[in-house]
Design a protein. Structure first.
Length: 443
């Protein structure tokens, strides 16, 4: 019996070895097939690159063009770096990127027209734009199954299967802003008070319910609310009413973009609101603020203009001893940019994370399709850059992270980081954010 048992044991081992050998052989064949699908060239000849076409929707002439032009610069700089083989493995793997850019002037009908054109041109992904247009396109995007990375960071997009973005949500950044305001005033022995200014468009309105909820939890009084449109040329009337309701020691939330943020700051300076602080969202104040304000207003407002963001600002990036930072600076300044901004850095980050998803699916031997790009976004794990905290997406929850940086403008117009606020991850529910998170883009 012992002899029989020994023989059976040997037979089992032989079978196992044979099975393992068969599996390894099959994997080798699959690897060879995947390699065969990659572009090849005769020895000594340059490889003929396949083109990955991306639709690039941006505002170059409308009310958000002040930041839209910077996004265009950052995206084009990154595409050039990829096609030169300087970043990611895409060129090594046999691919190049093409960004088909369309200016929609911040008009939803123009965005819808551009979207249909992108589909006809066979794009596999879209680098989109703002909140109103992205929400308007969400049903089509998710029905058609085209990955869409936007520069709208509203949480209402994050449970849609094909919507992605690379910064903390507007709502989580706003929660961080409320906490910073509370800290700022309590350190000075003052009651924390917050006045809200915002444009009457989805981008300006989306963060408000979350701000109100967070302020109530934190014990920050919301003392006034005023509409300041993106095209405003003055905000003196609105700020006069805020002063009357809130007094001199108040924080003013700015929910617009650079142009209207500067209008509000100039009006505060003209009215002599010397004890108020102004804190803008991610699209408000930036490196161009001082030039637009002028030296006197910049000096007077220095130390009182703040902004929240999920990315490092330009001066900090330019001083980094990091290969990717040096590459970013090289390719952006090569475009003749007079005033580089953090907006360009965010555009680079958006393109980089997208390219890493493409690189990942190619390395996995998968075909470049919209569905596989979505799969790559959700499965490639955290993407790290020197410019922002790690970015990671989960199926069913596309919030990329929860870390917000707070910067202050100095009297000379430069910017310094003064705080990092890590907010806790909320449940992705209506109650947690005060918004309707259901059905924005789900067919």
């Amino acid at each position: 019996m012992r002899g029989v048992s020994k023989a059976v044991g040997i037979a089992i081992v032989v079978v196992i070895v044979a099975v393992i050998a068969a599996i390894l052989a099959m994997q080798g064949q699959q690897a060879q097939m995947a390699a065969a699908e990659q572009p090849t060239a005769p020895a000594g000849a340059p490889m003929e690159l396949k083109t990955i076409t991306i639709g690039c929707l941006v505002d170059l002439s409308g009310p958000t063009s002040g930041v839209g032009v910077d996004v265009s610069v950052g995206q084009k700089a990154f595409v050039s770096a990829v096609n030169d083989g300087k970043i990611t493995r895409l060129k090594e793997l046999g691919y190049r990127l093409e960004c088909i850019e369309r200016d929609f002037a911040y008009k939803v009908p123009e965005a819808q027209t551009a979207y249909q054109a992108f589909k006809q041109q066979g794009v596999v992904m879209i680098w989109g734009w703002g909140t109103g247009d992205t929400l308007a396109l969400a049903v089509d995007i998710n029905r058609d199954g085209i990955p869409y990375t936007s520069y709208s960071y509203t949480v209402t997009l994050t449970n849609n299967p094909y919507n992605f973005f690379m910064m903390p949500t507007y709502q989580d950044q706003a929660r961080a802003a409320v906490r910073f305001v509370k800290k700022y005033f309590e350190e000075r022995g003052l009651e924390p008070k917050l006045a809200l200014t915002y444009p009457n468009v989805p981008y300006g309105l989306e963060p408000l319910p979350t701000i109100r909820l967070e302020a109530e939890k934190a014990g920050v009084a919301i003392c006034a609310e005023e509409i300041v449109e993106l095209t405003a040329t003055t905000a003196r009337e609105q700020l006069t009413r805020i002063r009357g309701k809130c007094g001199e020691d108040v924080a003013i939330w700015i929910g617009g973009t650079l142009s209207s943020a500067v209008v509000i700051a100039k009006s505060a300076y003209e009215l002599g609101m010397d004890r108020a602080i102004l804190i803008s969202n991610i699209w408000g104040f930036n490196e161009k603020t001082a030039k637009l304000l002028g030296p006197e207003a910049t000096q007077a407002l220095g130390g009182r203009l703040y902004r929240v963001t999920g990315a490092k600002m330009w001066d900090e990036v330019a001083e980094m001893d990091d290969p990717q930072a040096r590459l970013l600076v090289q390719y952006i300044t090569a475009q003749g940019v007079k005033t580089p901004t953090e907006v360009m850095v965010r555009a680079w980050i958006n393109a980089y994370v997208s390219a890493k998803a493409l690189e990942y699916l190619i390395e996995q031997g998968k075909e470049i399709t919209p569905e596989n790009i979505k799969w790559a976004f959700e499965n490639m794990g955290p993407v790290e850059t020197p410019f922002a905290p790690p970015i990671q997406f989960k199926p069913g929850d596309h919030r990329p992270g929860f870390t917000t940086f707070v910067y202050v403008m100095n009297g000379d117009g430069s910017w310094s980081q003064v705080d990092t606020v890590e907010v806790e991850e909320l449940p992705l529910t209506n109650e947690a954010y005060g918004l309707d998170l259901q059905g924005d883009g789900v067919p």
